[in-house]
Write a protein of this length. Structure first.
Length: 405
């Protein structure tokens, strides 16, 4: 007998790190697809892509197997190849940098801005640009938009592509001053609609879930056409087109992949997309409750103190004081049924990256923060009494360790 996730989580954790909002509506939607007997990419996926594109505010959206596949396709679509370099942060999930390496290009890791702004630093990006640099891969850490106005202007000045790893940032938006026909105008733009191509994840702990799953977004017709072809073996037609009698054969025009999506996940995605704004709002409320209640604890610092943008509140990270042992802190939380995590062990410290990037005296803020950062639970259903319990436990940890020392 398989235990349900709910039973599992409730027996193991009083407060898990993340939790999903899946209900009868998703179950009915999947059942409907199964009854339709068309399971791979087809009309439900097309509808999901169309609604997703409209929500993010882009011309094109392509559903794919996962965000890592999206990042790979984005790297190929902007033309990364051996000999090229692409700049990305070290404080991110490894997939951001892996996707650059899949093409034979080299990821150049850049530092984050500060203890308050955990996003890639525009100054550090600019410092790392050389004649081989072709792209910048930005990550909107925790759902907090990067300094996109600066990054867009750097990319323009150096003729670089921008890939947005927006895995945390579905629904996040930021203000940018853009050249429109009649002079400069400030507009609110969603993450994934700011660079040349955006990549989203629907993995089970993201703001919107389909199990595995991802999406590419772009306003560029040329990039869109490449993605369309490369997502399905480089073939010029899809099985669905042939089923519809639109064509009998196909050509293969590039070295493509099978990164397709399926109808069951698209059906879940359509329901999840409807719930997204409400759930992001609940994440925002939980974040502000946390901030208020944690403010009086001197031993921790809360990043992203003042933001001008509209975050998606994917993560709630805290930074511990330099002299606090992170392992002991996380163990104490675990003993009290609170799941915490680290976002992220920095990429430059991984064995598989030691020969790829020499971090030397570089990445000083990342090196400091990566040792002190802890992620606390955050999900739409996180209630005030959960947060009270978490804050009480944190306070208890500091009073007890102070009493012992
Ligand atoms: C989750 C995540 C990914 C990978 O997403 P998958 O859908 O699991 O492939 C990439 N980048 C970041 C920043 C992520 O958080």
């Amino acid at each position: 007998m398989i235990r349900s996730r709910k039973d599992y989580i409730l027996t193991r954790w009083k407060v898990p790190l993340s939790d999903i909002d899946i209900g009868e509506e998703e179950i009915r939607a999947v059942t409907g697809v199964l009854r339709s007997r068309w399971l791979s990419m087809g009309p439900v996926t097309a509808e999901f892509e169309s609604q997703f594109a409209q929500y993010v505010g882009v011309k094109h959206a392509f559903a794919v197997a996962n965000c890592t596949a999206a990042l790979h396709l984005a790297s190929v679509a902007v033309g990364l190849r051996p000999g090229d370099r692409a700049i990305c942060p070290s404080l991110t999930f490894v997939a951001t940098a892996n996707a650059i390496r899949y093409t034979g290009a080299v990821p150049i890791l850049a530092d984050i801005t500060s203890e308050n702004d955990l996003n890639i630093s525009p100054e550090e990006i600019e410092r790392k640009i050389d004649s081989s640099t072709k792209a910048i891969s930005v990550v909107h850490y925790g759902g907090y938009p990067c300094a996109m106005e600066s990054i867009l202007s750097i990319a323009k000045r150096h003729d670089l592509y921008i890939i947005e790893d927006a895995a945390h940032a579905l629904g996040a938006a930021t203000y940018v001053r853009l050249d429109s026909g009649d002079g400069k105008k400030t507009v609110l733009r969603q993450c994934g609609a700011l660079g040349d191509v955006g990549c989203f994840s629907f993995f089970a702990n993201k703001n919107m879930v389909t199990g595995e799953g991802g999406m590419l977004t772009t306003n560029r017709d040329d990039v869109a056409e490449k993605i369309r072809i490369l997502r399905s073996h480089g073939m010029t037609t899809l099985t669905w087109d042939r089923e519809q009698g639109h064509s009998f054969s196909y050509d293969v025009v590039g070295l493509g992949y099978n990164y397709r999506f399926d109808e069951m996940r698209a059906a879940i995605g359509l329901i999840q997309l409807k719930k997204l704004e409400f759930n992001n709002q609940r994440r925002a409320v939980a974040t502000s409750v946390y901030k208020k209640k944690l403010a009086e604890i001197d031993e921790i610092h809360i990043p992203f103190g003042e933001v001008q943008s509209r975050p998606a509140y994917h993560l709630f990270p805290i930074i511990l004081d330099v002299n606090i042992g992170r392992n002991a802190f996380m163990e104490f939380m675990q003993e009290n049924g609170i799941q915490t995590s680290i976002h992220y062990p920095a990429i430059h410290t991984f064995s598989a990256y030691r020969d790829v990037c020499d971090s030397g005296n570089d990445l000083t803020v990342t090196k400091d923060i990566a040792k002190r950062i802890v992620t606390l639970p955050l999900y739409p259903n996180l209630e005030e009494h959960h947060i009270d319990y978490i804050v009480r436990t944190i306070k208890r940890y500091f009073t007890e360790t102070a009493a012992r020392s």
